[in-house]
Design a protein around this ligand. Structure first.
Ligand code: FES
Ligand SMILES: [Fe+2]
Length: 425
């Protein structure tokens, strides 16, 4: 059982909170590369772990992530002029470079050295896998770069999107860990969504799923088995890599999918959606479906990252489709079904009121691991999931005889093997 105090501990991520400080020890997906492609392009607002930041690319093409607000009198530098190797505040002309260093204060004589004493907060950032990542932790603790397989494959083998989710990161991430819900919430979509073609009949049977959770160095593996023909077992195996990465078990010949659940603040998060294939380019058909909001991706309101289907329109719920068995919960699309039910819990789910069962073992383990890692980080130890070797893992779906340990039998399938496709049935 999770108490209110434990719930607070796990869900708060602003500076100084245990989980907030933990998350600041990792590289965090912050922006799509396509949001900041050109030198001197408009700066982009960025809120991460409750900190309001601004990202921009200067005249030389260098990326900077700095405090959103001018050190003079707090104007948002989003209004700034991005030109001549820096961002100039439009109020009184103070100018900053990509490191947040103030390089010009027009009202003060240059020889006074005033501006050299003014520096905005700034964070290191790096571009990897069509994503701009930010590191917000202590400089002496900056970890090596992430090594998730989707970040390592050629651009043509990958599709990345992100969407605003209007609830705390934890309930969103717990949806990514809990694959028991697939047999219910997504039941009818597994038949109709072309990027989920191949999902077996086993998956839509609801009663016989059994869960096994195995802790790993970087997080955990969640194996869910359902009975398959000839006395064998159909295993769907999810990876969770600390602190907020999940990898969905694949369906048939489809590409691999994963998420990162990144807190914007305590009541909203950015749901990052990664699709990649280890050995081939994504097809025009696959890309077309994803760009139109299929698979794990969603259709967004143009110019924003807010889904077209959102809480203001009651997720466009279609009760007739629900009754007719076209969708299980009345919301269209797998990703928005997840988002709708998670947002519907309220901005921060009250876990003190839960009644957990055996299919929640993955969720329980993730909470324990996060808590332990936050305590380790506060003690000056290195939390799990920082070592890039722990990122080189895959999800899998596999049929096995009923008398073997899935973790042994699927060991090869669960790690990245360059040039070898993922294991999926
Ligand atoms: S508030 Fe930015 S220059 Fe005055
Ligand atoms: Fe789901």
């Amino acid at each position: 059982m999770t108490t209110s105090a434990q719930n607070d501990f796990l869900t708060r991520t602003s500076p100084g909170t245990p989980i907030g400080e933990l998350f600041r020890r990792y590289w965090i997906p912050a922006l799509l590369s396509e949001e900041l492609t050109e030198a001197d392009s408009p700066p982009v607002r960025l809120k991460l772990l409750s900190e309001r930041l601004l990202a921009f690319r200067d005249t030389q093409g260098r990326l900077g992530v700095i405090d959103e607000f001018c050190a003079h009198r707090g104007v948002s530098l989003w209004f700034g002029r991005n030109e001549e190797s820096g961002l100039r505040c439009p109020y009184h002309g103070w100018k900053y470079d990509v490191t947040g260093q103030c390089v010009e204060v027009p009202s003060e004589p240059e020889q006074s050295g005033f501006c050299s004493r003014i520096k905005l907060k700034s964070y290191p950032c790096v571009e990897l896998g069509d994503v701009i990542w930010v590191y917000m932790g202590p400089p002496e603790r900056q970890p090596p770069l992430p090594a998730f397989e989707w970040t390592q494959v050629a651009h043509s083998r990958r599709h990345v999107s992100k969407r605003l989710q209007e609830c705390n990161y934890l309930q969103a991430m717990e949806g990514g860990i809990d694959s028991a819900h697939v047999s219910f919430l997504h039941r009818h979509d597994l038949r109709s969504d072309s990027l989920h073609a191949g999902a077996g009949a086993e998956l839509t049977r609801e009663t016989d799923a059994r869960f096994e959770v195995v802790e790993t160095k970087g997080g955990m593996i969640i194996g869910v088995r359902r009975s398959a023909p000839e006395g064998r077992l159909y295993w769907r195996i999810t990876q969770w890599v600390m602190p907020f990465h999940t990898m969905i078990p694949p369906y048939g010949d489809n590409a691999l999918n994963g998420h990162a659940w990144v807190p914007i603040d305590d009541e909203s998060c950015m749901t990052w959606c990664f699709t990649h294939h280890p050995t081939r380019a994504l097809s025009e058909h696959e890309l077309g479906v994803m760009r139109a909001g299929g698979g794990i991706h969603v259709k967004l309101i143009p110019g924003s990252f807010r889904p077209v289907i959102n809480k203001d329109n009651d997720y466009m719920i279609d009760r007739a489709a629900q009754r007719a068995g076209k969708t299980y919960c009345g919301v269209a699309g797998i990703a928005m079904q997840d988002a709708a039910i998670q947002e519907g819990m309220g901005p921060i789910q009250d876990r003190a009121k839960e009644n957990l069962v055996s299919t929640d073992n993955g969720v329980i383990m993730a909470r324990i691991r996060l808590r332990k890692a936050a305590i380790a980080a506060a003690d000056g130890r290195q939390p799990d999931g920082i070592d890039p070797a722990t990122h080189a893992v895959r999800s899998a779906s596999i049929v096995l005889p009923d008398n073997v340990s899935f973790i042994d039998a699927a060991a090869e399938a669960l790690r990245v093997r360059e040039g070898v496709a993922h294991t999926s049935v």
